[in-house]
Ligand binder design. Sequence first.
Ligand code: AMP
Length: 505
Amino acid sequence: MKEVYGIDLGTTNSCIAVIGEDGLPQVIKNLEDAATTPSVIFYDETGEPVVGGEAKSMMGSDIKRTVAFIKREMSNKNYELDIDGTTVTPITASALILKKVVDDANEQRSYEGLPPIHKAVITVPAYFGNDERERTKQAAQIAGLEVLGLLNEPTAAALSYGTKGLNNKTFMIYDLGGGTFDVSIMRMENNELETLASDGNHHLGGVDWDIALIDYALQKEGLDVTYDDIKDSKEVGKMLVNAENCKKNLSKADKAAFKFMYQRKMHFIDISRSVFEELTEDLVDRTINIVEKAKKLALERTDNLNISDIILVGGSSYMPMIKKRLMEEYPNCNLRLDNLEPDRAVAKGAAIHASSLEGEKTKVTLGDDLATRSYGIRCYGSEDRLIVQNVIKRTDSLVYEGSTGFTTREDGSTSVNLALYENISTDEEVELEKCTLIEESELEWGFPVPAKTEITAFVVRDSNGIVNIKVECQGKTKTFTIKGEGTLSEQEIERERRRLANKHV
Ligand code: AMP
């Protein structure tokens, strides 16, 4: 069996898995003997990064030196942190996290005489757009990996479930992690997995529950501030760590204690599970609204939507309020959490996919998957208003080629100016303001053609959910690679890779 790996690059925790000799996926523990590694970086006094559990425990000592929840910023092309002169971007921070996970696994593999990890499948939220996917891929390349493929997280979770009672069923993956929420509706027919709809929010996750708890405590203690007003980075770091612990305790017990320091004074409160559930009900509502939106989208691909099972994934699914609410909303569905280890399912599914990409036979095969974005080209609509004409819709299959035709305006044209936009609409035409520009460039096909020559522009989405453009003119086609803003050039990736190669994190 070929040595290939699956990595869940999570918002809060990351995890790596491989297919064992028994043919089943198994998680490789880190050097701290934990199955998952906190996706946290702490820059020490000398500016050196420390990654993982050690970084998380230092986070409480100074939040300003800490990078956490970086995945939430993957879509933000301008996001940059300056930590004592070191510039940190979502790409470079993600590379450090991947490196820590891979280095730890390598150290253990080397005892078994196994070669260093090279090829891996990396998981991404299904709602990641083109640029977030490209940046994730680049982070993995900087960490020294060959990216076999990117895989949607819910698809990975479903793969790790295998055929266990899901064959010939339609089911939902409800994935509530530390900073992100992802939902997918899937169907497995004759052991082939198909995604019917995916949606999510990358600013909704466990940390929002932690902050709600902090705000409640501040108010209960009569302090006229909210979490956002607190400027002391050491106090913020400690509050977050303690709030998370208190929240986790409330998953097991009816009551828990929360202590925090504000303006150098310690405060202690007790909080009951029922109060905590009331405080955060609106957050659960938000996840249900997204589930309902996903159900509507799924109905665009099937007439008969009969969801029989809900699979809970992500650490925040351990909160009893989640199970309770899902049972209330969807009483006919079978809820599945037991024995799943929801924080490891994604990495295991990624390992299964990696081995199938390397030609191994797997129990479940991957059919149609989806990306939750539509892609279109800017053009003039009615009344000469600029609009985006969608050529790939979010409900189209993941691997898809859409096209649009136009004619040249002048004699002797050798190129066309094309602007590619991303959006979340399923309409043919979308207002420009509702779309995000991915790239605008002059595409040269290289020979002059007369006015009114027909040109076809194809937008091609690959199995990683990354798009490229192909232009066809007089029977000749040319492919153009899209380089979204905020992604790196080949040279920059290589420079960062070399810089990181000898670093111990
Ligand atoms: P993930 O990103 O899937 O690793 O999920 C991490 C999130 O799950 C964090 O916000 C954790 O605080 C949360 N979490 C983990 N275990 C529990 C638990 N027992 N109860 C409540 N939240 C939890």
